[in-house]
Design a protein around this ligand. Structure first.
Ligand SMILES: NC(=O)c1ccc[n+]([C@@H]2O[C@H](COP(=O)([O-])OP(=O)(O)OC[C@H]3O[C@@H](n4cnc5c(N)ncnc54)[C@H](O)[C@@H]3O)[C@@H](O)[C@H]2O)c1
Length: 418
């Protein structure tokens, strides 16, 4: 292709605008945003200013944008989870290629239907499993594929959601209620299921799972806790105090995520107003949340590989930890520390500092930017489908595994065969 790829952005929030459109703005020779849609006029105006698109290329909803004839080569679907299925289906039927935010859709049948439509129409669809593109996981994959620790026998993996991220996104925020988004193990951990299948190169045979919403419930509210942190007499001692948290973050981190989810282009005044009235100022014990705050999943992969995965809110810091046990050695990998420890049995341990492998640790350890670049090159016809690139055919299995885990959790840990 000897012109820039044209891009329409569906949903101009954190991912659509602050992550993907900003990345596209750094590569104007390859891709250019030509249309955008958001139901929030402030975010749409922010996108118009960022990209310089005409006001008549800005649509008040994705549905309105999808009623137009095809406006661009590629559509980015970055709306909340519950909208992905209908919007992706309509966009595929208009023959857009898609960069589709995860989860693909909340139901297994919907995920499979979108995959089938994409394949039947020959559309390229990348699901945003950005972790595959990080230097951290790419190095682990390279070590495993090279046989550094022999044959993989067992994996322990932990997704440390972290106490404040749970409160922000999964108690007060957009992903708090599975009926408004999707279950926690799908929305948050389809990344982990995807990584586990990709790293091992195996399919999953069976799954069982336990977990619950243990803490963020009305009966656990401290005595005298108010409905909102701004009014709370016991907030001083509460680690989930929204006023303290967001104002501290604003003062040290400016208008970045997650402050910009509380108030668009935040100032101290806008944040305080949002905490007085909006969802992010609510007491964590008095929200309409129902997604779990801790869950474990046991997986049996092909060749008898066993995996134990834990998702938990109850960690001081975020990040993922992975321990892979092989027949000839072990890997201990800590994403927050950017460290991979290679322990070959009977030999000296070796520590790989991932910071020496890349200097881009922007969004998701640099994965956001690398995924966009790789997918744009693929759609432009400049590269072939790489083994790393996520695609809807490759991504559906991670969703089916996550949904099977949820089915098991709801059935008291019953084993689900895949
Ligand atoms: N790949 C990842 O690692 C990753 C990380 C975070 C979020 N996500 C996913 O990205 C998606 C978007 O998340 P976000 O953090 O950007 O949320 P967000 O709330 O910041 O953005 C979503 C935007 O969609 C808009 N919107 C909702 N319905 C619409 C409609 N019908 N038409 C037009 N606009 C509409 C909202 O006004 C909002 O601006 C979610 O599905 C989320 O699960 C993925």
């Amino acid at each position: 292709m000897n012109r820039p790829l044209t891009v329409a952005v569906a949903g101009c929030g954190s991912r659509g605008q602050h992550t993907y459109a900003k990345t596209l703005m750094t590569m104007p020779d390859k891709a250019v945003v030509v249309a955008a849609a958001d139901t929030d006029p402030e975010k749409l105006e922010g996108m118009r200013r960022l990209t310089g698109i005409d006001a008549d290329a800005c649509y008040a909803s994705v549905e309105e944008m999808l009623r137009q004839p095809r406006l661009a080569d590629l559509m980015l679907i970055c709306t909340p989870d519950a909208w992905h299925y209908a919007q992706a289906k309509a966009a595929l039927l208009l023959d857009y290629d898609l960069l589709l935010e995860k989860p693909i859709a909340p139901e297994a049948a919907q995920c499979e239907e979108l995959r089938d439509i994409a394949m039947a129409r020959g559309r390229k669809v990348a699901v945003c499993h950005v972790l595959r593109y990080t230097a951290f996981y790419q190095k682990i994959k390279q070590l495993l594929d090279a046989g550094t620790i022999g044959k993989i026998m067992n994996i322990q993996a932990i997704e440390q959601v972290c106490y404040w991220h749970q409160a922000h996104s999964f108690v007060r925020g957009n992903w708090r209620n599975k009926d408004l988004s999707s279950c926690m193990i799908l929305q948050k951990c389809c990344h982990d299921m995807d990584i586990l299948l990709w790293l091992t190169g195996k399919h999953c045979r069976r799954v069982s799972s336990f977990g619950s919403l243990g803490l963020f419930r009305a009966e656990n509210a401290p005595e005298n806790a108010a409905e909102r942190c701004v009014d709370c007499p016991v907030g001083k001692d509460c680690p989930y105090n929204a006023v303290q948290f967001y104002l501290d973050r604003y003062r040290t981190g400016g208008n970045a995520w997650p402050q910009n989810m509380v108030a668009f282009e935040p100032t101290e005044e806008k944040l305080m107003e949002a905490l007085r009235r909006g969802p992010y100022g609510r007491c964590v014990y008095r929200c309409d949340n129902n997604v779990v705050d801790h869950q474990v999943v046991n997986l049996e992969l092909e060749d008898g590989i066993t995996v134990n995965f834990t998702m938990t809110a109850f960690t001081a810091h975020g990040g993922r930890v992975l321990r892979v046990g092989g027949t000839m050695g072990e890997l201990y990998c800590d994403m927050r520390e950017n460290a991979i420890k290679v322990m070959r049995y009977g030999r000296e341990d070796e520590i790989i500092d991932v910071r020496t492998l890349t200097d881009d640790f922007s969004g998701h350890g640099g994965g956001d930017v690398r995924m966009v670049r790789e997918f744009v090159d693929l759609v432009r016809g400049e590269t072939a489908m790489s083994p790393t690139l996520t695609s809807i055919e490759r991504s559906v299995e991670s969703h089916l595994v996550a949904l099977a885990a949820e089915e098991s959790r709801l059935a008291d840990g019953r084993m689900i065969a895949l």
